[in-house]
Every structure is written in C-alpha cells, then in structure tokens.
Design a protein around this ligand. Structure first.
Ligand code: SF4
Length: 220
C-alpha cells in the first residue's frame, strides 16, 4: 500500500495538499471508495511534477482514474499522457523515456505539470466549488515557481481556474484552442483542447494541433 504524502513526491512540497485533504466532501467520498477498491493505488491529491525552475506550466483538469490517480504522477499511465509526454520529449521539455510509470526516470526541463483539481472526480467532471477549493494549491504552486512566464491550459476548466486565480474576467479571455491571453502581471496563457482520449478519438484534437500550441509557447 502506498502511503507517501504528496509533498514527499513534489518539487514544490510547500504547495501541496495533504494526502487526506478534507476540503471537497464529494471527492473525499470517492477517494475512500477508490482506496477500498484499489488499495495499492495512489488515491490521493496528485502532486506537481516537473522542474522547479520551470518557465512553462501545463495545467490539466484533474487526475484520471487509471492514470494519475493510480500512479501518483500527473498524466502517467493513461491515454492523455501518451500524447502529452511524447510532445514534451519532442520539444526538448523532457528528457529520458516515458514508460507510463512514475519510476521511469523521466525528467521535465523548464516545464512543470499542475492540475486545476488535485483529486479524482467521478466521471472526470469537477464542480465549481471543488475548482474553487483547490485553487489555493494551484496558486501556491504558481507562487513557488519564480521563473514561470507561460501557461498552457488544457481545456476550459484549467483556463477558467487560471483566469480566476489571476483575477482576469472570463469575459475578457474566451477559451479557444490556440488562443493566447495576457494575464494581469504579464504572464502568457495559451489555450489548448485537453489531450483526453475523447478529444483525440473524436478528432477534436490531433498531434499536429497539440504540437502547434507548444510551438507557440516556445516561440512567443
Ligand atoms: S480537490 Fe483539492 S481541495 Fe479538494 S480535497 Fe482534493 S486536494 Fe483538497
């Protein structure tokens, strides 16, 4: 059984939620269900993964059940992670080999992966009050990354949570794939469709579209 604290696995330990974070009742109940069903899985808030000197933060929605919620590393072990990590490796933002396992030795270079919500939500759908609760950890992570200049938001929930964290009215920053916004303070926010299995299978997002967003971030 894995009982490590999220902070023990994080490059930003001061920004992490505790393993038994009680703030979202619905997600706590689901966490307990998952622990009973799969006691060897991570089943806890998923810590930040990446480089504490990152200039780029990729912000996802929430852990996938068989991905980060199982392995304890963002996007590791599920369909979405295959495209994300392949893209990070292709653009020199990671080094090593991605083997869908947190012990694969993969390292991010200049990049970090955050989530709008750190705990697994039922049906992959978060609720507004859960996004609001978890924003304190997102903001603490951002505050602990002094070299950060650029965000890639994977999907509208991540986009909205970043806008709220920076107090940018949503009406002034509409989500659209490839859209770029300037956050108060000057950091860049670039939107991408989420690299979920659903979006890839429905051809809402393909590898070329995803890579174009990373090219935009690198060339801005
Ligand atoms: S989603 Fe975030 S705020 Fe809610 S219980 Fe998990 S770690 Fe705590």
């Amino acid at each position: 059984m894995i009982l490590a604290e999220p902070a023990d696995r994080s490059p930003l330990p001061e920004a992490e939620a505790p393993r038994d974070c009680p703030l979202c009742a619905r997600l706590v109940a689901f966490r307990h269900e998952c622990r009973a069903e799969h006691p060897a899985w991570w089943n806890a808030p998923v810590p930040v993964f990446g480089d504490p000197a990152a200039w780029l933060a990729i912000v996802g929605l929430a852990p996938g059940k068989h991905g980060a919620n199982r392995t304890g590393r963002p996007f590791t072990g599920d369909y979405a992670g295959e495209l994300l990590y392949a893209t990070l490796l292709k653009f020199g933002l990671a080094e090593g080999e991605y083997r869908a396992d947190p012990t694969d030795g993969l390292r991010l270079k200049g990049a970090v992966i955050l989530n709008a919500v750190k705990c697994l939500p039922p049906q992959n759908k978060t609720l507004p009050h859960e996004e609001a609760n978890c924003r304190r950890f997102l903001m603490a992570s951002i505050a602990s990354l002094p070299a950060l200049t650029t965000f890639i938001a994977l999907g509208k929930v991540a986009h909205d949570s970043l806008c709220r964290a920076f107090e940018l009215p949503l009406a002034k920053a509409r989500f659209a794939h490839g859209a770029e916004h300037v956050l108060p303070g000057g950091k860049r926010l670039i939107d991408s469709y989420h690299c979920s299995r659903y979006n890839q299978n429905t051809r809402c997002l393909d590898a070329a579209m995803f890579e174009a967003v990373f090219g935009q971030a690198l060339n801005g």
